[in-house]
Design a protein around this ligand. Structure first.
Ligand SMILES: NC(=O)c1ccc[n+]([C@@H]2O[C@H](COP(=O)([O-])OP(=O)(O)OC[C@H]3O[C@@H](n4cnc5c(N)ncnc54)[C@H](OP(=O)(O)O)[C@@H]3O)[C@@H](O)[C@H]2O)c1
Length: 296
């Protein structure tokens, strides 16, 4: 299988590169500002100039393209909606159309932020999206435009992504910050009024490539099976780090002023992907155990 990872230097993208290599696939990638440290063919590619995607395809000749690149700065999207729309919607649609034409499979990664957070049970793939900020709107528009361009596109939605960046080998995202604070014996203020199903990037990358192997298409929620607050996530981490859990402090999303609104509930129901793969999805504890060596 010839796999092209768009956004190979992102947290998820770097894990998809690694997962493809582990399968023995011929992996290539694109990067935007920073070239990752992978021994695979790499091309610089800006989603804002997506008409050049043709050249990327001609250069690498993939069987499947996995788009992990996005404008992921939620507040930045609020301040620059035009760029958010191009990067998160127009460009993915353009790439999907090109892949459809060339008979190449296309995977486009989306987000739990397509939901408004008013639910109290995990969102399934059939739940109605209703984004409450520009980032979510642009990502939802991207999902729809990709599906219009390619009916068989695979669209995994992730939530609260964390894990080891596979080019730098360092822990990224929320746990990296919590660990740093705990190890410095600094207080860690964590929300108790937000609920998420954290997605470990390595786990998501393996899941996405298995779905590709199974020729799955459409929406899949890919996350751990635990719906937790960031405070509860912090408790799991502090137990692993062996730190004093008194350093964890209960905080509220209302304590901070941010440009974009966030849903306070965005847990994803992972039943569909569990059924498709024939196995339960990991709990948060199992995911944290899986990267224990990096946390220790
Ligand atoms: N992070 C989360 O908590 C989260 C939650 C749910 C869903 N998701 C989705 O999961 C996917 C992967 O996210 P991630 O967590 O891996 O994010 P990430 O680490 O921020 O990676 C995003 C990548 O996109 C690239 N990118 C940004 N603008 C670009 C442009 N104009 N042209 C080409 N590439 C560009 C970035 O490259 P540069 O840094 O060089 O610009 C970066 O490598 C995204 O679709 C995101 O929407 C993320």
């Amino acid at each position: 299988m010839r796999l092209l990872v768009v956004g190979a230097n992102g947290l998820l993208g770097s894990n998809v590169v690694r997962a493809g290599q582990q399968r023995g696939w011929a992996v290539s990638g694109t990067y935007h500002s920073t070239r990752p440290n992978f021994d695979v063919p790499l091309t610089q590619f800006n989603l804002q100039e997506y008409s050049t995607f043709d050249d990327v395809i001609n250069e690498h000749g993939p069987d499947v393209v996995v788009n992990c690149a996005a404008m992921t700065d939620v507040d930045g999207c609020e301040r620059n909606p035009e760029a958010a729309h191009v990067i998160n919607s127009e460009a993915p649609a353009g790439m999907a159309a090109r892949c459809e034409q060339a008979g190449i499979d296309f995977v486009h990664v989306s987000t739990d932020y397509v939901f408004d957070g008013t639910a109290r049970d995990p969102y399934s793939e059939t739940a109605d999206p209703n984004p409450v900020q520009v980032y979510g709107e642009s990502k939802l528009a991207g999902e729809r435009a990709v599906q219009d361009a390619m009916e068989t596109a695979l669209l995994p939605r992730l939530s609260f992504v964390w894990g080891i960046h596979r080019s730098t080998g360092t822990l990224s995202g929320f746990p990296a910050w919590v660990r740093e604070q705990l190890q410095a014996s600094e207080a860690v203020p964590l929300f108790t009024d937000q609920l998420v199903t954290p997605t470990r990037a390595g786990q998501a990358a393996q899941t996405v490539l298995t779905l590709v192997e199974q020729a799955s298409s459409g929406l899949y929620h890919v996350a751990c099976s635990s719906c937790v607050t960031p405070y509860e996530f912090g408790e799991v981490l502090s137990a692993h780090v062996g730190a004093n859990s008194n350093l964890l402090q209960a905080g509220s999303t209302e304590d901070i002023d941010r440009a974009a609104a966030r849903p306070t509930y965005s847990c994803l129901d992972v039943g569909k992907v569990a059924e498709e793969l024939g196995r339960e999805q990991p709990t948060l504890r199992e995911d944290v155990d899986a990267v224990w060596n990096a946390l220790g």
